[in-house]
Design a protein around this ligand. Structure first.
Ligand code: ARG
Ligand code: ZN
Length: 471
């Protein structure tokens, strides 16, 4: 409430200058970052630069306990701000001082610091928390996979709220140190490089570092009994793969596929340019779900992907995402095509290289596979809506759009675009519109019509649009 003072105006002006900013200048940060599909995702008012997570996990009970230290910079004057977390919080400190906190909505943690925060200030936020991630369900589903010997956090578009407090949206990337203590004899896997490992009192602590900007959904944690292989690439990057000891029949095919990670990444460097991160690898926990995820530097694979035999194609897909999705990330979740269209097209390029069918042949096949009345064509890869974000059409029709682009601009421009994009937006964010603009710039051709046909029309494009102009 404002009290009115009656003072001569010159005096009022000088008073205004002398008076510190009133409490009313400080406002709560938004509870969402502004995503069109997921209004509650992320938060406003600050930008995280680093997460330091110090965790303990007991496989027997699924109890995860942790202290998160978040280094961030405020982007406005804040009376309070939100983090996203689904586990139970016991204490929050901001800049060392105890802060008040409350939970609201789905998985919002509201933090009110002892003193309001000015704009452009680096702050530290310490959150102590604990819980059983497997008990947390949001909208009936879970990003936490409890396994017979541990647990795994890996899901898109959300997984962070199951295991650490964050600004949970790809727009706010940060570096990560994940330190995780588990009973001796159990392994714990995360992103990046294993900096150190030590054991005491029956517990082993693994310290992982991911030192390039990383979106919160690309952070992963896996606890279990794993066989681990390590190596170095020709350029000296550490490679670390981890296989659950419980993959049964799928163990051989999983290894035969994922042990080719370095080879696939070298080939992708020829197509996309330098690999963007500090480590390479993959891991296969003994989960029952069927998807893979491009968790940064170390994709998550499900054993089911190897049930049919070796599957290097899925390795190509998840590694292609390291450029398309992880280094260059979506601005909003409606931009999902800039991830999935390209990861699928990379699988077609791999097939082309391996002599197992060219991208054009695969495009012709997919085009013919879906008749005009197939609901496949009603999904718009350029704006599929949250319910169809991972529909097969985003992948396959999304790759058809790239084949159409290749035919329209020719191989020289097409591959210049594929390689230029991950450089131009490295470690940043970009939208479908940004890609259209970029492809027009590089090729010197107007392409809005082509992309409208392939990404935004809810119907099957005419055969003439699909026919390759192989010139
Ligand atoms: N980006 C992942 C992939 O294409 C998709 C994960 C989708 N998750 C799901 N539950 N369908 O590899
Ligand atoms: Zn994908």
């Amino acid at each position: 409430m404002h009290r009115r003072l009656i003072v001569p105006s010159a005096l009022a002006a000088s008073l205004l200058l002398a008076i510190p900013a009133s409490a009313a200048d400080y406002v709560p940060g938004a509870a969402g970052i502004g995503d069109a599909y997921y209004p509650a995702s992320g938060n406003g008012g600050y930008d995280v630069s680093h997460y330091d997570l110090r965790l303990t996990y007991q496989p027997k009970t699924d109890l995860l306990e942790g202290t998160a230290t978040i280094v961030a910079t405020t982007t406005q004057k804040l009376s309070r701000f939100n983090l996203d977390l689904g586990l139970k919080v016991s204490e929050v400190r901001v800049n060392g001082r105890k802060a008040a906190f409350a939970t609201s909505g789905d998985h919002e943690l509201e933090v009110t610091p002892a003193a309001p925060l000015d704009k452009g200030k680096e702050i530290s936020v310490v959150v102590r928390y604990a819980g059983k991630p497997s008990e947390l369900k949001i909208g009936g589903w879970s990003a936490w996979h409890r396994t017979p010997d541990g647990g795994v956090a890996a899901q898109e578009p959300d997984s962070a709220v199951w295991w650490f407090p964050s600004n949970d949206h790809p727009l706010d990337k940060a570096t990560y140190d994940v330190s995780i203590s588990v009973p001796d004899g159990t392994q714990a896997i995360s992103n990046g490089v294993l900096q150190s490992q030590s054991s005491k009192l029956g517990w082993t602590r693994y310290n992982w570092r991911s030192n390039k900007p990383q979106a919160s959904y690309l952070a992963t944690l896996a606890i279990g009994k794993f066989d681990i292989t390590t190596d170095k690439t020709a350029k000296g990057l550490p490679v670390l793969n981890a296989y659950s000891r419980d993959l049964g029949d799928n163990a051989g095919a999983a290894r035969a596929s994922i042990e080719r990670t370095t080879e696939v990444a070298e080939w992708l460097e020829e197509v996309f340019g330098p690999y963007p991160f500090n480590a390479l690898g993959g891991y296969v926990p003994n989960v029952t779900s069927g998807y893979a995820l491009e968790t940064q530097t170390r994709p998550f694979y499900s054993p089911r992907q190897f049930a049919g035999g070796s599957n290097v194609s899925v390795v190509v897909h998840e590694l292609a995402h390291q450029w398309y999705g992880d280094s260059v990330s979506v601005k909003g979740w409606k931009d999902i095509w800039v991830n999935e269209g390209f990861a699928r097209y990379s699988q077609w390029l791999w097939s082309e290289k391996e002599g197992e069918g060219t991208a054009q042949e695969l495009a012709d096949y997919v085009y013919a596979l879906h008749p005009a009345d197939d609901p496949f064509w009603t999904v718009k890869p350029g704006d599929p809506g949250p319910d169809n974000q991972f529909d097969i059409a985003v992948y396959d029709r999304g790759a058809l759009a790239l084949q159409a682009l290749r035919n329209a601009v020719g191989d020289q421009h097409f591959f210049a675009i594929l390689q230029g994009w991950p450089q131009k937006f490295a470690h940043g964010n970009a939208s479908v519109g940004d890609f259209v603009k970029y492809a027009e710039q590089v090729s010197g051709k107007p392409l809005a019509g082509l992309f409208d046909t392939w990404l935004y029309q809810p119907s099957k494009p005419a055969a003439s649009a699909a026919a390759g102009k192989r010139s």
